[in-house]
Design a protein around this ligand. Structure first.
Ligand code: ATP
Ligand code: MG
Length: 420
């Protein structure tokens, strides 16, 4: 018989660890839900052109990481490598921006796909929670998003992360800088692929992690010296607002993002316990993207936080999330009659909002009590024929070991009372 494994670069989320992923998604989205962001869900695949926008552009994602394919109907599609372009596409398609309430603030959570070289913290299928604020140029919006991400990480107990901040300039000053950087890069001794990258997306070369490249980049022109007055003022305001909120950050003039549509505010959250895959999240302003995909000018800002790397960061800091046991009551029935009665009681408990589980598979007392232990339940309800003949079930407190007989008709109220 053939045996199958999860495809290369992917992994399964399995209990008990999988509950951490749910908790991380919940913790990252909670501040957004509390701040006027509405939930959006878009398809797992899109027209490939949404991500590969015309010639002259190159990001790692577009040039080599995308899962692109042709459908039987001849459509060119790609599994989504990121959320921003899809969310903006959906907002434009639904004309959310025409409803007079800009910015449109949205959050999302889902799976993303990149054909990368798999390693710890870098997978071909991974998960992000993201936020986008579409259609307003307001430094307070950039600040809001950074503050909310900081709040999300802190709510998980994370401490060893840093916020790196930069401004990438706008369509006035960025091209001037780009030229200057390009002529600097042309004077370096770089491999063929990097030379090509320098011609298409020179800012991305600054992000090269190889020491021999970094050594040559010393003395490269820095964008800060090229920012126009409007970009400078904008950036100062973002910095002031974040500072006033008590959120610490580091200015990082070399910070660029893997996606090339970013303008002005750019930031990354890095965690110091993760080795080379240290970015747990990132984002920034993308004022030109809407026009690139055929929409009106809609200056926007957003971020995406990586769920997988956030879970690794929790492990690196030794943080155990306080996740309550999913089962409160575990029912152990001995004999056919008891099975019928207790199965009914489990259903009643569940309807009453008590998390309850049942010993399936006709196990004996010993095996069933093992299951009860494993479930983490606070109480076990045990009943055999003799108990039922007396009209009671045994309620066992799994913490203290105390056991009391409770009349069958009072079980639900008794359990609810004792759990409260
Ligand atoms: P990197 O520089 O590590 O490749 P990126 O710039 O490509 O990151 P973004 O596109 O900004 O990353 O995605 C936001 C976040 O999503 C990242 O900070 C990271 O936490 C997560 N992420 C990106 N790619 C992967 C991947 N292949 N596997 C796991 N998480 C990822
Ligand atoms: Mg990447």
């Amino acid at each position: 018989m053939a045996t199958f494994k999860a495809p290369k670069g992917t992994y399964d989320l399995i209990p008990p660890v999988s509950v951490k992923y749910l908790a991380v998604r919940e913790a990252i989205s909670a501040p957004l839900r509390n701040s006027g962001y509405g939930y959006i869900e878009t398809p797992g695949f899109e027209d490939v052109g949404l991500f590969a926008r015309g010639v002259g552009e190159s990001t790692d994602i577009v040039s080599k990481e995308m899962y692109a394919f042709e459908t039987k109907g001849g459509d060119q599609l790609a599994l989504r490598p990121e959320g921003t372009a899809s969310v903006l596409r959906a907002a434009l398609e639904a004309s959310l921006h025409k409803q007079g309430n800009l910015p449109v603030k949205l959050w999302y959570s889902g799976s993303y796909y990149r054909y990368e070289r798999p390693q710890k913290g870098r997978y071909r299928h991974f998960s992000q929670v993201g936020a986008e604020a579409i259609g307003a140029e307001d430094p307070a919006l950039d600040a809001e998003l950074i503050i909310l991400a900081d709040q999300a990480y802190r709510s998980l107990g994370l401490r060893n992360f840093r916020i790196l901040l930069n401004s990438l300039g706008d369509k006035e000053c960025r091209p001037v800088y780009r030229e200057a950087l390009q002529s600097f890069l042309r004077g370096l001794d770089l491999d063929e692929e990097t030379v090509r990258r320098a011609e298409i997306n020179p800012l991305r070369v600054l992000d090269d992690k190889r020491p021999d490249v970094q050594k040559q980049l010393v003395g490269a022109p820095v964008l800060r010296d090229y920012l126009c007055d409007a970009c400078k003022a904008y950036h100062e305001e973002v910095r002031a607002l974040i500072t006033a909120a008590g959120v610490a950050f580091e200015d990082d003039e070399k910070l660029v993002r893997g996606l090339d549509y970013y303008t002005r505010t750019t930031f990354e959250f890095v965690h110091d316990g993760l080795g080379s895959q240290s970015a747990v999240g990132g984002g920034g302003r993308y004022d030109g993207l809407s026009e690139m995909i055929g929409g009106p000018a809609l200056p926007s800002v957003g971020w995406a936080l990586g769920v997988d790397r956030t879970v690794l960061a929790l492990e690196a800091e030794g943080i155990e999330l306080d996740i309550p046991a999913s089962t409160s009551v575990f029912a152990v029935a001995l004999g056919e009659e008891a099975r019928r009665v207790l199965f009914g009681k489990v259903t009643e408990l569940r309807k009453a909002g008590v998390a309850a589980d049942f010993s399936f598979g006709g196990k004996g007392l010993k095996g069933a009590m093992k299951d009860a232990n494993r479930s983490g339940a606070r109480f076990a309800v045990v009943a055999g024929e003799r108990d039922l003949a007396e009209g009671v079930v045994q309620l066992k407190d799994m913490e203290s070991g105390d056991q009391t007989a409770v009349p069958v008709g009072e079980l639900i109220d008794t359990v609810r009372g004792r759990l409260a």
